[in-house]
Design a protein around this ligand. Structure first.
Ligand SMILES: [Zn+2]
Ligand SMILES: [Zn+2]
Length: 297
């Protein structure tokens, strides 16, 4: 499996799709009110998110907020920033704690795989009735070689057997076929964001003219629906940021004209043209023809 070091996100380009956004803010948690921001959360399907192993115990198991005072579930080593997060995590956690994940997690860890953990989380959401198994079908999948697909079979078997051993009724895991697993993984591979929570206040970030946000180390990965539809540009006019938790926000990097398409950069924009083209082609399957690339910059 090729490894790409993508700075902000992995996602696909839907070149025909142009979204007119009325707001620079989108909630990534369906039930989050974000009352203190004074703006309502847009309704939408639940995002899928999971903390990186290294973040375990340091961040909320649900929203990836850095932990201060915690509400812990000691037996499963899951810590939450609030009772609300603990409550909302039931959409996957009640199913998750019924199974023994040691073989699956060990396999992912030893092979350096993080996306299967998102599939596991998603599968738990589906089993609990919190998400539809076709939730991600609208997203473009990565094209996978037969070799890459065959590598996925082992983690699929481990995932499936974890549910079987946990006595999850067959009808509840009927969706979990090898084809489903590979399809979800193929979509997650190009649509997952690496969540890097920025330090500082939201207001400071909004008033900052800096194009790049100083971010701390990645805390986890997440798949959102709306942010997956932004097209790429090597000289983007918008940037997705995380302020305090997995709720993503869109920040304009310069004045945006009415009707102008908002575009984000999928990769490290500071790389030279050849490096960007290689990464975008291999990681996302397209040749970039943005104005910056066309100018040879
Ligand atoms: Zn939380
Ligand atoms: Zn470009």
């Amino acid at each position: 499996m090729p490894k790409f070091e993508l700075v902000a996100c992995r996602r696909w380009v839907w070149r025909q799709k142009k979204l007119a956004l009325a707001s620079s803010f989108f909630s990534t948690a369906t039930q989050h009110k974000n009352e203190n921001m004074g703006r309502p959360a847009l309704p939408g399907p639940p995002p899928i998110r999971v903390g990186l192993t290294e973040s375990a115990g340091r961040v909320c198991y649900f929203c990836l907020r850095k932990l201060g005072i915690t509400t812990s579930c000691q037996s499963q080593a899951a810590s939450f920033c609030s009772e609300e997060c603990q409550k909302q995590s039931k959409v996957f956690h009640d199913v998750e704690i019924r199974a023994d994940w040691s073989a699956y997690d060990d396999y992912c860890r030893s092979h350096g795989l993080k996306y299967p953990l998102l599939v596991k989380r998603f599968a738990c959401m589906v089993i609990s009735g919190g998400a539809s198994p076709d939730l991600l079908d609208i997203l473009q999948p990565a094209s996978l070689s037969p070799e890459v697909i065959s590598l996925m079979e082992e983690d699929f078997d481990l995932l499936r057997s974890a549910f079987t051993v946990a006595d999850i009724p067959n009808e509840q895991v009927a969706f979990l076929t090898k084809q489903w697993y590979i399809g979800i993984l193929a979509r997650i591979r190009v649509n997952a964001f690496r969540v890097e929570v920025a330090g500082g206040l939201y207001e400071d970030l909004l008033s900052s003219a800096a194009a790049s946000i100083e971010a701390e180390a990645a805390l986890g990965n997440a798949v959102y629906m709306l942010p997956s539809f932004y097209n790429h540009d090597c000289d983007p006019n918008a940037h997705i940021i995380w302020i305090e938790n997995v709720d993503a926000r869109l920040k304009a990097l310069r004045d945006v004209d009415a009707g102008e398409e908002l575009r984000i950069c999928y990769i490290d924009a500071s790389m030279d043209r050849d490096a960007r083209q290689t990464l975008l082609s291999q990681g996302f399957g397209f040749q970039c023809s943005c104005s910056r690339c066309l100018s040879g910059d």
